[in-house]
Ligand binder design. Structure first.
Ligand SMILES: Nc1ncnc2c1ncn2[C@@H]1O[C@H](COP(=O)(O)OP(=O)(O)OP(=O)(O)O)[C@@H](O)[C@H]1O
Ligand SMILES: [Mg+2]
Length: 248
C-alpha cells in the first residue's frame, strides 16, 4: 500500500446544461484500502461523482486522479483502458448482457483486457464458486433472481482484480436477504484490501458497511465522518428521508 491516495478530487465541478452544477467544487481524498460510503438524497450528485471517478464522464473543471492517473485528462480509448485495468463497476440494475450466459458475462472483461484464456477460466470458476452462482453459469441473467444477478455483476466487476471497486446502489433492487449477502461480500472484498466506494441513500447500509461516510448535498460535500459502527449517531443527526410530497 502506498501513501499516495487511491482517489483524489480537487475542486471538481460538473455542470450539465444550464441547471445548477451536479457537483460543485468537490475536494476529497480516499486512501488505498478504504471503504467509503457516499450518501445523499436523490439528485445530490452521487452517481455523477462515481461516473467521474470511473472516467465515464468528464468534469467541467477541477481534477480527478485515481492511483496517480489523471482520469479527467484521458481520451476515450485511454479511459476505457483505465477502467479495464483498474476499476470494477457495480450498478443498481446490474447492467448485465441478457443475450449472454452468466459465464460469458463474467468472461467479457477478461477478454477485453486480453487476459489469457486459461487464467480467465480459472478466475471465472473461482469467482462464480465463491459467490455461490456456479450452478447458474450456463443460464441467461433474466432467468436469475435479483440477488443472483447482482452477484453475477459483482463477479464481472472483480474479474480483472481491480484496485478500485465502485458500487452504485448495489443493493437498491434487492430484497433484504440478498442485500445482506451483497453487503457481506463487499465487506469481505474490502477486508482483502480492495478500495471500495459504495453509493447509497441508505444510512444504515452506509454505517454498517463503511468506516467513513461522505454525504453530498446539492453536489457539495456536506459531511465527511468516520463511523463508529453503530450507525446510531449518523442516523440521528441526518434524516435523509425528505418529507412526503417534497419535490426536488
Ligand atoms: N446526463 C445528465 N444530463 C443532465 N443532467 C444530469 C445528467 N445526469 C445527472 N444530471 C443531473 O445532475 C444531478 C445529480 O444527478 P446524479 O445522478 O448524480 O444524482 P444521484 O445522487 O445519483 O441521485 P439518485 O440517488 O437518484 O441516483 C441531478 O440534478 C440530475 O438531474
Ligand atoms: Mg444515482
Amino acid at each position: 500500500m502506498t501513501n499516495a491516495p487511491m482517489i483524489d478530487l480537487r475542486d471538481t465541478t460538473k455542470k450539465y446544461d444550464d441547471g445548477p452544477p451536479a457537483l460543485a467544487g468537490v475536494t476529497l481524498s480516499v486512501a488505498a484500502g478504504e471503504c467509503v460510503a457516499i450518501l445523499g438524497h436523490s439528485g445530490s450528485g452521487k452517481s455523477t461523482l462515481l461516473n467521474l471517478i470511473a472516467g465515464l464522464d468528464k468534469p467541467s473543471s477541477g481534477t480527478v486522479t485515481v492511483d496517480g492517473i489523471r482520469v479527467d485528462r484521458l481520451g476515450e480509448a485511454g479511459s476505457a483502458k483505465y477502467r479495464r485495468a483498474s476499476v470494477g463497476l457495480i450498478f443498481q440494475f446490474f447492467n448485465l448482457l441478457d443475450d449472454l450466459s452468466v459465464w460469458d458475462n463474467v468472461m467479457v472483461p477478461a477478454q477485453l483486457a486480453g487476459m489469457g484464456k486459461a487464467e480467465a477460466k480459472r478466475r471465472a470458476v473461482e469467482l462464480l464458486g465463491s459467490l455461490g452462482i456456479d450452478r447458474h453459469a450456463k443460464a441467461h441473467p433474466q432467468r436469475l433472481s435479483g440477488g443472483q444477478r447482482q452477484r453475477v455483476a459483482v463477479a464481472r466487476a472483480l474479474m480483472n482484480k481491480p484496485a478500485l471497486l465502485l458500487a452504485d446502489e448495489p443493493t437498491g433492487a434487492l430484497d433484504s436477504s440478498s442485500a445482506e449477502d451483497v453487503r457481506r461480500l463487499l465487506l469481505d472484498l474490502n477486508g482483502e484490501g480492495q478500495t471500495l466506494l459504495l453509493v447509497t441513500h441508505d444510512v444504515r447500509l452506509a454505517a454498517s458497511t463503511a468506516r467513513r461516510t461522505i454525504e453530498l448535498v446539492d453536489g457539495a460535500v456536506e459531511r465527511d465522518v468516520i463511523n463508529d459502527g453503530s450507525g446510531a449517531g449518523l442516523a440521528a443527526r441526518t434524516p435523509l428521508t425528505r418529507p412526503a410530497g417534497e419535490v426536488r
